[in-house]
Structures are given as C-alpha cells and as structure tokens.
Design a binder for this molecule. Structure first.
Ligand code: DHE
Length: 519
C-alpha cells in the first residue's frame, strides 16, 4: 500500500514538476534554486502572474536588482538590464496548462504511520516536567531537536522536511506537534513516541498552519494555489479546500493563518485582497469576552449554521502581518510588502464590530507577528519590532497611541518575554549589528543591556522556559548554538551546539498562549 502511494505521489509530483517550464536558462541559473525549476516556489514563493498581482514588472525589476528587505531574496547587481528584462518576461508568463494541486494530488502524498496500535500513550522517555520541553527547529540539516528545558539535554533529533517555516503547533496536551514547510508539506510528530506519524503535501507553496483550539482541524494557508485547506488533525486527510476569492472572483495568496481560541475560529490574512477572513469551526456556546454581552448573530456577515462558515471583514488596506490582543478582540495589522513604497499605517481592527477603529502611524515595517504585550503603568502595552527601521514601537492598548519609539542598533525580527521576566529580548537581525541582542526593561521601557554572544554571528529568537527563569537564544548559523541565559541575572548558563536553530518553542508557553510568546 505504501509503495503504491509512493508511486502515485511520484507520478503526480512529476506531472506538477514538468508542467510547462517556459523559464529561460537565466531563470534556471539565478532563480530556480529558491523559486523552483517550474516557478512553483520552493523556499521562495511561486513566480507566476497569479502570485505577482501586487508587484508591477517595474517593481519586480527593483527587487531583482536590489533584493528584498526582511526576506531571503538577495540582490543581483551583476545582472544587466537586458537580463533582468528576460527574467521579468519569464515570471510574468502564465504556465500552460495551469498547475493543479487538488484533493487527489494531496491524497496521493498522504502517509500514515503503519502501526499506530504500537504507539505508547505516555512519553517513552523520562523527564521532570513534560510541559517544559522545547521543539527546536534546525534549518541547516532539516531536523527538530526535542530539548528538555528542565536540564537542557537533547532527548532526540527527528528528521523533518526541508525549509520549515513558522512556529510548530502543539496539540493542547503537547503530545503532537505539527510542522509546515514552505513547499507545502505538513507533518505530524508524536512526541510521546518520538516518531513522525502522518504527512501530507497540502499545497505547492505554503505560508503556515494553524491548529484549532479543540485539536480537531489544521488550517493550511497557501500562496500557491490560492487557497486554504482544512485537514483532519488526526490523520491529515483533507476535509475542505476553500478557494480564496473576493465577491468579484479575484483570487489572493494567503499570507498567514492563525487560531483564535476564545472565538473558536481561525483568522486568515490575505496578501492580495483588503480583507480579513474569520472561519468558524465551532459555534460559540457562551459569551467569550468578560463583561461584554456577546452574541455572534449580531456580528456582520456570519452564517452561523454552516460548518466552517466564513466571515469576511472588508478593509481599506491590505494587511498581512498581525498582532492579536490577549483576548482576541482586536487585531493590529500592517502591510508587509508595501510595494507602493509608502508605509501604510497600522490598522486596529475590532473583531466584534468587524471594522477598523484606529490607525497608528508607525514608520518602516512593524513586524506585528512578533509583537508582545504586558502591563505597564496601569495600562496594557504592546511592543513590536520593525523589519525596516531600528525601532521598537511601544503602544498603549487603551487608546492605541504610541508611548515610545525605542531606538535599537538596527531592524529586528523577533521580540519575546515571559510574565515572570522583567525584561523583553529583541534581536538586530539585519545589518552590521546582527550579533547584538537588546534587553529591554518592561517598566522603564529602556534598553538595560546589549549582549553580543558571539561576535559577527547572527543572534536571534529568544524563548523562555516554562517558569521564565531561563531565556534560550539562537545563534542562527550553520554551526550555530542555543545559548541559555539566567533571565534575571542575564548571565550565560550553558550553550548547546545546534544546526541553524531558527526557533524554539516551549510546550507550556505555546499551549497556554502565554503573553510574551508567539501564538
Ligand atoms: Fe517568517 C513566522 C512571514 C521571512 C523565520 N513568518 C512567520 C509567520 C509569518 C511569517 C506570517 C507566522 C507563522 C506562524 O508562526 O505560524 N516570514 C514571513 C514573511 O512574510 C517573510 C518576511 C518573507 C518570506 O520570505 O516569507 C518571512 N521568516 C522569514 C525569514 O527570512 C526567516 C528569518 C527565516 C526562514 O525560516 O525563512 C523567518 N518566521 C520565521 C520564524 C517564525 C516565522 C522562525 C516563527 C516565529 C515564532 O517564534 O513563532
């Protein structure tokens, strides 16, 4: 059976891989490694007219010449004007026939662990506190490490698909972890048994996944095809494919999907349409916000009776990077791509009334997906790093005004804290100070220390242990490391060699949606 599945998969993969390849030798030489020989995307997004709707050929020329900030896209200054024009002609030519990734193609790639009855229902290894384990994603050799946060020993390493992107998602008991790769593979790993137990390729070029709070569904957001795929979280079978289109038939890439536990819904950010979608997998049975009389029937545009009903919130701007407040009542969104070169203001969208209620003028490109919040001076603040400017913006959530713009040594990607820590940690991912990590006092809103753990090596992405006592930092290099710090004294405790550890995810913090971590 497995062999047959594998053969079918090969046939489908070949069909997709060979589906019309009009790209020139130049494309194959400079672009194919990241964007795929067939332009369907690998580590980089698909390069097809359907995916380039928000980028004019003129802007695409600039991107090829100068690279794209905050992404893996390098500059190609060595290419002549004629060569760049050739590449533009390549990528704006539609593939014929258009490539497909329907349910049958997905099913042909589905793989399930053959002996599920032999799997233990308790962890097969000893640990002091299971919830204090971390999954560390190691991009250089395509593994995850299961790291014990109680003693900082690696329990095991498990092979993954290449180019994983986005945070892994845990089932609520922490037994399973779901991973997604940029090229569409979704994997389910049983951490009790230290084994991959299911896999499927749910898209050709995937952004990320979300797991419903009831652990039943995985939502996959795709760049290509332009769709959302709902999988059964048990065996990853596709349940529903939702094409992403507006009322006029115009389609869009999905820039990200998120789970909103108190709302029993998924929130979807779209790249090419000024809309946010909310997909309900369960009708809420009780009011979800304290002190607010709440009835979903009164929210705009919801057909509550239908399973996976979609509510579309129409906006005036594209928004593709989000911060949620802790009770999921507000979303703050920024336009990541800013092809217009004009930074659009951050929009504050109230999910209850379904519209923008405030705009916050922040320069550069706030990386709201990495935003965190905490209590400060009798109010709640949120802080966000910035992908284009060396600034941490701190915003009062009671009136959506900027309290402080804190200068850093350069643009940064991630920001993290823990309810028990007085500090927030942020990196300087881009530029000459990529080895620096700033530590911000959450009450004085000042940088109190700047660490340079290894000179000239990129330091990024901090996560805390369950109790917040230790902070784990990545040295983001092929032969990198995780450095463990005492989160109060800020002294180094230990370091563990790792292969480009992109992110680390504590089971307790992620499954409890604790403030200070990514959701
Ligand atoms: Fe990410 C998370 C989008 C480039 C490493 N990144 C996310 C998420 C989104 C996103 C929407 C949240 C998904 C989730 O966790 O489920 N990332 C984007 C981009 O649009 C961007 C700027 C361009 C792109 O190429 O897609 C981008 N990201 C990068 C990188 O270049 C990074 C540094 C290296 C890489 O792996 O590609 C990178 N992104 C990460 C990481 C997370 C992430 C490690 C998870 C953060 C977390 O702690 O939860």
């Amino acid at each position: 059976m497995l062999k047959l599945q594998f053969k079918l998969w090969l046939i489908f993969y070949w069909l997709v891989a060979t589906a019309a390849m009009p790209a020139s030798n130049l494309y194959q030489q400079y672009c194919a490694n990241c964007h795929g020989k067939n332009r369907l995307g690998l580590m980089g997004p698909a390069l097809l007219p359907e995916n380039l709707g928000r980028l004019s050929p003129e802007q695409a020329k600039q991107v090829i010449r100068n690279g794209r900030n905050a992404s893996q896209m390098p500059a190609f200054p060595q290419l002549s004007t004629a060569q760049i024009k050739q590449l533009i002609d390549d990528i704006y030519t539609p593939l014929t026939p258009p490539p497909k990734w329907e349910k049958e193609q997905m099913l042909a790639t589905q793989w399930l662990y053959p002996n599920p009855d032999t799997l233990a229902s308790q962890p097969i290894f000893k640990t002091q506190d299971y919830l204090n384990l971390f999954v560390v994603v190691e991009l250089a050799d395509h593994y995850i490490s299961l790291l014990d946060g109680n003693n900082f020993k690696v329990i095991t390493r498990i092979k993954t698909r290449p180019v994983l992107h986005g945070g892994p998602k845990y089932s609520s008991d922490g037994r399973y972890v779901y991973l997604s790769s940029r090229n569409g593979w979704i994997s389910k790993i049983d951490l009790y048994n230290l084994k991959t137990v299911a896999e499927i390729r749910a898209g050709i070029n995937t952004r990320n996944i979300a797991l419903s709070a009831d652990d039943h569904y995985i939502l996959v957001g795709n760049y290509f095809p332009h769709n959302l795929v709902i999988l059964d979280a048990n065996d990853l079978s596709p349940i529903k494919i939702i094409p992403v289109r507006n009322d006029f038939g115009q389609s869009s890439r999905v820039s990200a999907v998120y789970t909103a536990p108190p709302r029993h819904s998924f929130i979807v950010a779209l790249k090419d349409l000024p809309e946010i979608w909310e997909i309900y997998y369960q009708a809420p049975k009780e009011p979800i916000y304290q002190g607010l009389v709440h009835d979903y029937q009164y929210q705009e545009g919801i057909a509550q009776t239908e399973k996976f009903a979609i509510r579309k919130i129409h906006l005036t701007h594209y928004l593709d990077d989000f911060f949620f407040d802790q009770n999921y009542q507000h979303i703050l969104g920024s336009a990541r791509s800013s092809q217009t070169q004009q930074p659009s203001p951050v929009q504050v969208v109230n999910l209850f009334v379904g519209r923008t209620i405030a705009e916050i003028p922040i320069q550069g490109l706030p990386h709201l997906g990495s935003g965190i919040s905490w209590d400060y001076n009798n109010t709640r603040v949120l802080a966000t790093p910035n992908l284009k400017t060396g600034l941490i913006s701190i915003i009062d959530q009671s009136n959506w005004k900027i309290i402080k713009q804190l200068p850093t040594l350069g643009p940064g990607f991630f920001l993290r804290s823990h309810p028990n820590s007085p500090y927030a940690w942020t990196d300087v991912f881009f530029g000459p100070n990529k080895d620096a990590i700033h530590i911000i006092d959450k009450q004085s809103l000042a940088i109190v220390k700047t660490l340079k753990p290894i000179p000239n090596k990129t330091s990024a992405h901090v996560e805390f242990t369950k109790d917040g006592r230790y902070a784990l930092l990545s040295i983001w290099e092929e032969d990198g490391a995780i450095i463990v710090y005492d989160s109060h004294t800020l002294e180094e405790v230990t370091r563990l060699p790792m292969k480009k550890p992109s992110g680390k995810y504590n089971i307790y913090l992620k499954t409890r949606y604790l403030e200070g971590t990514s959701h």
